[in-house]
Design a protein. Structure first.
Length: 295
């Protein structure tokens, strides 16, 4: 992996780790529906501007169903669940629970293809479950009213990401930028009907709107562009490394900017979840890509 792609990898992990920080800041004021509608709308407008600059057109007539399915499971539903959970849970806990996504993806793939999973994968799934249980059992946030429902919402969000990843493997190949751009507009339309039922509980300040814009433009629009560039340059397996890095940044940003308290159980739970994820995905953390970073 080149130095440039290594920097992109860490930048993407830092950005996606920051998404939990921005949601934690804005969700209590805006609520899940309004926050996420802003997020996907700002991301759509940003990607539309980039598309005009790069002269990339969306073939909506041919791919509109694909964009709707991808937008529903990869953005609208999981974003709403995270927005709901961010009103109660810490950014650190959100980030670590999100790392269960590959576990769900593997489990869904096994059911989808009706194949038995290996012993290593079963061990990984068991470790992931134990890691989540450790986090939930010891984290003081879990004792807050509504925390149980919020944790279930995050796990359901990760489950939807697993559906989206398996759908993408089966779907007809679409250009990566078009996937990001089209799915964001689809998410904007899908979240819109929810708004009348879940109005914002408060009035946003300049700081809140700044967090929302960062969430849409930086954590969705720019992050997708970096992610798809990594897939193109180094392949999906190496790009998967971001799954192991973003929870660390999520914890770091929560401590630095929100004053969140983390204990031994946070790091132990995160380590167990990520170890389970590595077993499930077959990820091997060899350092060869680092030695080639100057290539």
């Amino acid at each position: 992996m080149s130095t440039a792609n290594l920097l992109r990898l860490f930048l993407l992990a830092a950005i996606w780790g920051g998404s939990f920080l921005f949601m934690r800041i804005a969700a209590p004021v805006l609520g899940a529906a309004v926050l996420i509608e802003y997020r996907v709308l700002f991301a759509s407008l940003f990607l539309a501007a980039v598309g005009v600059f790069l002269r990339k057109k969306l073939d909506l007539k041919q791919h509109w169903k694909h964009f709707l399915i991808l937008g529903l499971f990869n953005s609208a539903l999981p974003f709403l669940m995270f927005g709901f959970a961010a009103r109660t849970l810490s950014a650190s806990l959100l980030a670590v629970l999100n790392a269960t996504t590959p576990l769900w993806g593997t489990l869904i793939a096994a059911v989808w293809s009706r194949t038995m999973v290996s012993g290593k994968v079963l061990l990984g799934l068991a470790l992931g479950t134990c890691g989540v249980a450790l986090l939930v059992g010891f984290d003081h946030v879990s004792s807050k009213p509504g925390a149980g429902l919020a944790i279930a919402a995050v796990l359901f969000a990760s489950f939807n990401y697993g559906i989206a990843s398996n759908y993408a493997k089966q779907a007809k190949a679409v250009e990566p930028f078009a996937n990001a751009h089209g799915s964001m507009w689809a998410s904007t339309l899908l979240v819109l009907p929810v708004l009348p039922f879940f109005p914002a509980p408060g009035d946003p300040t300049v700081g809140i709107m700044g967090a929302v814009i960062a969430l849409g433009v930086l954590c969705s629009g720019i992050a997708y562009m970096i992610y798809f560039r990594l897939i193109q340059d180094v392949g999906p397996s190496s790009a998967l490394t971001v799954t192991f890095l973003s929870p660390l940044f999520g914890i770091l940003w929560g401590v630095l900017f929100l004053g969140e308290t983390v204990g031994w159980y946070t790091f132990a739970g995160a380590a167990i979840v990520l170890t389970g994820t590595a077993l499930v995905t077959g990820f091997r953390p060899g350092w060869g890509f680092l030695r080639k970073a100057t290539a």
